[in-house]
Design a protein around this ligand. Structure first.
Ligand SMILES: [Zn+2]
Length: 686
């Protein structure tokens, strides 16, 4: 497989490639070392490798960098490949199913996608565009689809309901005046029927449509206070007949009629108008490939036993291969060199390092003296930013972060060159507050213009300070916990609520905050998104609105746990006290749920389901049940075309194990963790 080849190359060359701080090499030479293999650590999987964890995280941060410049995106578009496109059907043999020819599907989809992006970027559909970001997704049984975020050039204007109506439609066209539109909406943009009309629809969760169809009729497009757009769906009397039901405007998935007509496929277009939604959208767009959420212990026949100290380092390549599953379409997409993730404008990632603390790659057999005598090894984007500021007067009015807007990095000659056209958005790599001086260096690089050296960067109003921290203080950046508010605010743009809670406790523990109570008061609402969601889920389908006191209590409980894990006590900090009424045991929620099943009903269900299994399914059932009951940890992978009964097999196993929980209590708990929905979707893809 193609992916494996690429990884094999990186793996083969791991021994030859090593990484070390340039300062470390100076020190090594001083100590008398000469060869490259005496120092450094092995190179890990580069973030340029499509699909690896670092690639996804860096792309996510690139998306956030675009938001820093242009604000939140305006449109969220999902475009799915249509296997009935004439370009596909005319190319495959009559006896073939489109799924049998992933090569054709992938090529045609790529062509259509390029065309769609050209259309959006040309400005003819939604007006001029500032930025665009997309991410391709391959489902093992489904067709490729793409999520696109679009930043429209609003030229400072508010987006009104009229503008939304021009972009997005949620109504069925009149078949007498627009027969083509009518047919296309019926074919591609109609949800359901679900709910009472069809309880078995895939969207049904706990007896309700998870996508909340049918919607209400709506005379005009409006915005709710929670940031959602309610599109116009007038009661026009026009309907589409499907499965013996009349589906009217309440069942239409929002779309752009012009795009629908041109591309004749499922193209869902939604307006996004709330900045808080942003990080969820960006995450969704940049979410990683399907991965098994488990840690692999290397125990096989000693082949992976550590040979020396170095191999004990994390072997990212192996982990990546172990956990990943690439379907044919995905593999072909990569093989043909198409982008999985793309954004425009491009983002330049700028390193932040202390003097001589830049990481360089060296070959194992390299002579260390040669390495340090090569001036190129000490040049980085940062040091050369200093140089450019020294040499060119017109460079001086930009911060390091703004520099790529007008200057281009020439990697082979390691220097900045003035751009003649185009631009890039700059992004400084994130530095955690516990990193000390590097953290303060980054803070200065965000605001100081035209610095010519590290010393110059530490100089303010004619005084050169000893440390970057002192320089920050002199500039008034550290007054009144200001830095920590800024740091926390910056993190809220991209971090999840749970990451923010960890950052919050880190800051309280290590960053010497002056007013802990106020810091909590100002920031607590940013750390509760997931808690709020859990509460809503707990009471679903009842529309539950948690109180502030309840949310704060649950948050304090979470913080207490984090402090506890780090050997700290929440009482040592000036945070509000928790009232004991509200306790949500989030860590054990899964176990709680598992214990709440009606065993008798499950037993009947399991028996009923079991009788319907075919021979292969029964075989899989027994193998898996056997390893659960006998406590034999195993990793099973079940795959097959859509509709071959994977979910059915899954349900049978789950019902059986849940029904058996009394007799095999100890293993059912483990079994149930094994049965989280996440596992089902992410790893087994059942
Ligand atoms: Zn539904």
């Amino acid at each position: 497989m193609e992916d494996e080849d690429k990884l094999q190359y990186i793996a083969r060359n791991q021994d030859k490639l090593r990484a070390e701080y340039i300062k470390g090499i100076f020190d090594a030479v001083e100590k008398g070392m000469q060869e490259g293999n005496q120092i450094g650590k092995r190179v890990l999987l580069p973030s340029s490798h499509t699909g690896c964890r670092r690639y996804i995280i860096q792309n996510y941060h690139d998306g956030i960098a675009i938001c820093r410049v242009y604000g939140p995106p305006d449109l969220f578009i999902t475009f799915t490949c249509n296997p009935k496109w004439p370009e596909i059907t005319s190319t495959i043999l009559e006896s073939q199913h489109p799924n049998d020819r992933p090569d054709i599907i992938v090529r045609i989809f790529q062509m259509k996608l390029q065309q769609l992006l050209d259309d959006i970027c040309s400005g003819t559909i939604f007006g001029p565009i500032l930025a665009i970001l997309y991410s391709i997704e391959f489902q093992k049984r489904g067709l490729p689809h793409v999520h696109i975020l679009v930043w429209v050039d609003k030229k400072g204007n508010e987006i009104t309901a009229e503008i939304i109506d021009a972009w997005i439609t949620s109504e069925i066209p009149d078949p007498t005046t627009d027969p083509l539109g009518y047919i296309l909406v019926s074919e591609h943009m109609l949800h359901g029927p679900c709910g009472e009309k069809n309880l078995n629809c895939t969207c049904m969760k706990k007896g309700r449509c998870s996508k909340f169809y049918p919607k209400e009729f709506q005379e005009e497009t409006t915005f709710t206070h929670t940031g959602f757009t309610v599109y116009r769906r007038r009661d026009t009397g026009i309907y589409i007949r499907r499965d013996n039901h009349n589906l009217d405007n309440r069942w239409v998935v929002p779309h752009n009629l012009e795009l629908l007509k041109k591309y004749q496929a499922h193209i869902n277009v939604e307006y996004v108008n709330k900045s808080r939604l942003l990080k969820y959208l960006c995450k969704y767009v940049n979410k990683g490939p399907d991965q098994a959420n488990v840690i692999f212990e290397r125990i096989k026949k000693g082949q992976d036993a550590p040979i020396n100290d170095q191999t004990r380092d994390i072997d990212e390549i192996k982990e990546y291969l172990d956990c990943r599953y690439i379907c044919e379409q995905d593999a072909l997409w990569r093989l043909l060199g198409y982008e999985i993730h793309y954004h425009w404008p491009p983002v330049e990632r700028l390193p932040v390092h202390l003097p001589l603390m830049n990481l360089i790659k060296i070959k194992k057999e390299a002579k260390l003296r040669d390495v340090i005598s090569d001036p190129k090894n000490q040049k980085t984007m940062l040091t050369e930013w200093f140089v450019a500021n020294k040499e060119y007067n017109d460079a001086k009015d930009l911060t390091y972060c703004e520099f790529p807007l007008r200057w281009r990095w020439d990697q082979s000659n390691k220097k900045w060159i003035k751009r003649r056209h185009g631009f890039k958005i700059g992004r400084l790599y994130y530095v955690h507050p516990t990193e000390g001086e590097r953290f303060y260096l980054r803070m200065l690089l965000m605001i100081v213009k035209g610095a010519t050296s590290y010393v110059d960067l530490r100089t303010y109003n004619g005084i050169t300070y000893q440390t970057f921290k002192e320089a920050c203080a002199a500039r008034g950046l550290l007054n009144d916990d200001n830095e920590w508010y800024k740091t926390f605010q910056e993190a809220t743009n991209w971090a999840t609520a749970s990451q923010l809670r960890n950052l919050f406790t880190t800051m309280l523990t290590y960053c010497d905050l002056k007013d802990e109570t106020q810091f909590f008061e100002k920031n607590w609402t940013k750390m509760i998104d997931d808690i709020e969601k859990q509460l809503k889920l707990k009471y679903y389908p009842i529309n539950y609105t948690p109180t502030e006191a309840e949310l704060q209590d649950l948050l304090l409980q979470e913080l207490e746990d984090i402090f506890c894990k780090n050997g700290q006590h929440i009482e040592n900090y000036k945070l509000p006290r928790r009232s004991t009424q509200h306790v949500l045991d989030t860590t054990n929620r899964l176990i709680q749920e598992e214990l709440n099943y009606d065993i008798k009903r499950l037993e009947e269900e399991a028996n009923k389901l079991y009788l319907k299994l075919n021979k292969e399914q029964k075989e899989a059932f027994h193998t898996i049940i056997d390893s659960v009951i006998n406590n034999k940890s195993q990793f099973y992978f079940i795959t097959g075309h859509g509709g071959t009964g994977k979910t059915f097999l899954w349900n049978t196993i789950v019902s059986y194990l849940r029904a058996k929980k009394n007799s095999t209590n100890s293993c059912i708990i483990r079994g149930s963790i094994f049965i989280t929905p996440k596992w089902t979707h992410c790893s087994f893809k059942i």
